[in-house]
Design a protein around this ligand. Structure first.
Ligand SMILES: *Cc1c(COP(=O)(O)O)cnc(C)c1O
Length: 367
């Protein structure tokens, strides 16, 4: 479906009649946590096969009323995105590479047989919500306003086919700094009984169903005392793919890096792409190639592998210190965050915060 239509879609603004009182909001923003606190407003845009995208609104955040036969509740036709709005050093608000999220959203939509949303509408929806809820930026150092755009099938119909109506929404959740100073290293559990994505499946789409399927192995990781689960490829159970919601990089003793290649079973992370570009601009070698779990273990033990880090919008860059599974366990480097991990993290965060030059125009200021 065309992404060029509807460029003139304009948003109806309906201010919340009873927003959260200042004192309560300010108190909540001092300790926002992640994903439990929400701003006053939300964006909603509807689509049906007769009218295309219509009824764009920025209105009071509140519950939805759905028919029990609503398609998404049965066949999981749902996709989402995650991006952060930041306050720059000079106080302006900004988004980081929102066009990349918009493009990925449409790639996910195509895989889930959903209509494309014009990229400028996606970005404008995010901008409208941030400007409307500008009072909801956390006051804590390193805080951000996490945006969750999503789309789901709204048609009430139990037949198995793509729905004929959809709703696109954006909600905002103030988020604290994941790691205030010196990010700790996380401990990873290897999923040996489960895979995340098979060739030809939905691994490259950001859809809720992938997450539903990862909850059992993720819960197993937590139950075993680890933070995250790592998945291997579904065909050979040999190659490292990614964590449940973050991409991986491996750093070797010659200063080069490897990250698993995209190819349908890995989510094309925007943080991953940004780090590859930054590293290459600095003259570092980054190979997008397959890396076997057995090599990871052997290289960590021999010292050839010196660091491993995970990356994604929420936590940016996180060191992996320990890997465990039914096979036993191994430690990476000293078990704490390595030098290159910290350098890459600082480099990216500085650009995101407007503290470093932004040669690629990644930071989109919101007027
Ligand atoms: C969203 C996501 C990532 C990270 O993508 P970013 O664009 O960097 O936030 C990685 N893996 C999965 C499975 C994801 O859903």
């Amino acid at each position: 479906m065309a992404t060029t239509a509807d460029t003139a879609l304009s948003f109806t603004r309906m201010p919340h009649p009873a927003p959260v009182p200042d004192a309560r909001r300010i108190e909540a923003l001092a300790n926002p946590g992640f994903g439990t606190l929400f701003s006053d407003h939300m964006v909603s845009i509807d689509w049906d096969d007769g009218r295309g995208w219509h009824d764009a609104t920025v209105g009071p955040r509140g519950p939805l009323t759905l028919d029990p036969a609503t398609a998404v509740l049965h066949y999981a036709q749902e996709i989402f995105e995650g991006l952060k709005a930041y306050r720059l050093a000079d106080g302006a608000m900004a988004l980081f590479r929102p066009e990349a999220n918009a493009a990925r959203f449409n790639a996910s939509a195509a895989r889930l047989a959903m209509p494309a949303l014009p990229e400028e509408t996606f970005v404008e929806a995010c901008r409208q919500l941030v400007l409307t809820d500008r009072e909801w930026f956390p006051s804590v150092e390193g805080g951000s306003l996490y945006l969750r755009p999503f789309m789901f099938a709204t048609e009430a119909f139990l037949g198995v086919r793509p729905a004929k109506s959809y709703k696109f929404m954006v909600i905002a959740s103030p988020a604290g700094n994941y790691f205030k100073s010196g990010a700790p290293a996380v401990s990873i559990w290897l999923a040996e009984d489960y895979t995340r994505a098979a060739p030809g499946g939905t691994g490259a789409a950001k859809c809720g169903g992938n997450y539903a399927a990862s909850l059992v192995p993720q819960a197993e990781a937590i139950a075993k005392g680890h933070d995250q689960v790592v998945f291997l490829d579904a065909a050979e159970r040999k190659w490292i793919e990614e964590l449940g919601g973050m991409n991986l990089f491996f750093v070797f003793d010659d200063g080069s890096m490897v990250t698993p290649p995209l190819g349908g079973t890995i989510l094309p992370g925007i943080t991953r792409d940004s780090l590859i570009r930054l590293a290459r601009e600095e003259g570092l070698t980054v190979r997008e190639e397959r890396y076997a779990f057995e090599d990871w273990k052997a290289d960590a033990q021999s010292g050839r592998l010196v660091e491993t880090f995970a990356c994604g919008t929420a936590a940016v860059v996180t060191a992996v210190g320990r890997v465990a599974g039914h096979f036993g366990e191994f430690t990476i480097g000293s078990g704490g965050p390595g030098q290159l991990t910290q350098k890459m993290r600082n480099r990216l965060v500085a650009i995101q915060r407007g503290e470093a030059a932004d040669p690629d125009g990644w930071v989109k200021r919101l007027g």
